[in-house]
Ligand binder design. Structure first.
Ligand code: GDP
Length: 332
C-alpha cells in the first residue's frame, strides 16, 4: 500500500519541493487547492498531473474535513499561510485567520476524521523576533515582532496543545528562512536575484531596498522539506529547529548576488523607507543540533551556492522573457 500525504500550500515554494520529494518516495500526494479565478501552478508545473487535487479553503472547516475524508492521509503537512511578514501589518486580521486560527481548523479536521494521522505544522523563526538569546533553539522564548510572527506563535502552541491534549502525532518545525528559485518575488533573496538579472540584462537600473543591515540564517528550501518528512518518521512527535547555523546580512546577500554577475551593488542600491518595517527582526541564527542528532538531518546547499543558483535561474527566466518579447516584434 502506498502512503498518502495531504499537503496544504502545495503550490507554494515548500509545498512544491515537498510534493516532489514525496512522489519520489512513491507517496500518493493530495494537494489542497483554493479556488481562484487565475490559478498559479508555476511551482508544480512538472508534477501537476501526479498530484490528486482537492478543493478547499483553510478558513472553511467543512472543506478540510472533506479533504481529510477524501485523502485518508497517513501524513498531513500544513504549509499554507499568509507567509509574507511585511503584508501582515496592512492585513493583520486576515493573517490571524489564515496563519493562526486556520491551524486549529486543520487540526480539528484531522482529530475528527483521522486522529491517528501524523501532522506537521510549518512554524517559523519569526516567532523568535526580538531574540531572547543567540543562537535560537527549541527552548528559546518567543518574542514575535509582526502580526505574522504573533500568528505563527499561535499555530505553534495549538499544535503542541493538540499533541498534549489528544495524544496526536503533531510536530512543529521551526524553520529559519529558506529560499530557492521558487521563492516569492517579494521576499528579499528573490527580490535581489530577480533585480540582479534585470540589471545585468539592461532592463532595470536601480534596486530600492529597506534595512540592509538585518541578519538572517538562510538555507535552501529543498533541504528543509526533507526535515519536515523526517520529523513525521520518528517514534515520537516533537518540535525541531531547522537552520544552517550561519548568519549573513542583507548587505552580504547583495554583495554575493551582484558580484556573481560582475557588478557592484553600491552602484545600484537605493535605501527607500517604503521597505523599512514598523518593527524589525534584527537577527536570526538557529541552532539545529537537535535535528541533526535526532533526525540525522544534513544540509546540502550553502549560502553562496544558494544565491548563485537563484541568480542563474532568474537570468534564464528573464532572458527567455526577453526573447519572447523580441520574437513578437519581428515583422510577419
Ligand atoms: P522575513 O525574514 O520572513 O521577513 O523574510 P524577508 O525575505 O521578507 O526579509 C528578510 C529581511 O530583509 C528583513 O529583515 C527585511 O526587513 C530585510 N529587507 C531589507 N530590504 C528588504 C526589501 O526590500 N524587501 C524585503 N522583503 N525585505 C527586505
Amino acid at each position: 500500500m502506498k502512503k498518502r500525504a495531504l499537503i496544504t500550500g502545495v503550490t507554494g515554494q515548500d509545498g512544491s519541493y515537498l510534493a516532489e520529494f514525496l512522489l519520489e518516495k512513491d507517496y500518493e500526494v493530495y494537494g489542497l487547492r483554493r479556488r481562484t479565478s487565475t490559478p498559479n501552478y508555476e511551482n508544480v508545473a512538472r508534477i501537476k498531473d501526479r498530484i490528486k487535487w482537492i478543493s478547499g479553503d483553510l478558513t472553511d472547516l467543512a472543506s478540510l474535513i472533506e479533504a481529510v475524508r477524501l485523502s485518508d492521509p497517513d501524513e498531513v503537512y500544513n504549509l499554507a499561510a499568509q507567509s509574507y511578514v511585511a503584508a501582515s501589518w496592512p492585513q493583520p486580521l486576515l493573517t490571524g485567520q489564515i496563519t493562526a486560527v486556520a491551524v486549529t481548523n486543520m487540526l480539528e479536521a484531522v482529530r475528527i476524521m483521522k486522529p491517528g494521522c501524523r501532522f506537521y505544522q510549518a512554524s517559523s523563526s519569526e516567532m523568535f523576533g526580538k531574540v531572547q538569546e543567540t543562537p535560537q533553539c527549541e527552548t528559546t522564548p518567543f518574542y514575535p515582532r509582526s502580526p505574522y510572527g504573533v500568528a505563527k506563535v499561535y499555530g505553534h502552541w495549538i499544535t503542541v496543545n493538540y499533541r498534549e491534549s489528544f495524544n496526536m502525532f503533531a510536530c512543529s518545525g521551526i524553520l529559519f528562512n529558506h529560499e530557492s528559485p521558487r521563492r516569492g518575488i517579494e521576499f528579499v533573496t528573490r527580490k535581489v536575484t530577480d533585480a540582479v538579472s534585470r540589471i545585468k540584462l539592461g532592463l532595470q537600473n536601480e534596486l530600492r531596498m529597506g534595512n540592509i543591515d538585518s541578519l538572517r540564517d538562510w538555507g535552501f528550501a529543498g533541504d528543509y522539506v526533507k526535515a519536515m518528512w523526517l520529523m513525521l518518521q520518528q517514534d515520537y512527535a516533537d518540535d525541531y529547529v531547522i537552520s544552517t547555523g550561519e548568519m549573513h546580512s542583507v548587505r552580504e546577500l547583495l554583495e554575493v548576488a551582484f558580484s556573481y554577475v560582475g557588478l557592484d551593488y553600491r552602484d545600484y542600491v537605493v535605501i527607500d523607507q517604503e521597505f523599512v518595517r514598523p518593527a524589525e527582526v534584527d537577527l536570526l541564527l538557529g541552532d539545529c543540533s537537535k535535528a541533526k542528532q535526532k533526525l540525522g538531518w544534513e544540509l546540502e546547499v550553502g549560502f553562496n551556492e544558494l544565491i548563485q543558483m537563484m541568480v542563474d535561474q532568474d537570468l534564464l527566466r528573464v532572458e527567455s522573457e526577453l526573447r519572447a518579447v523580441e520574437h513578437l516584434k519581428l515583422p510577419i
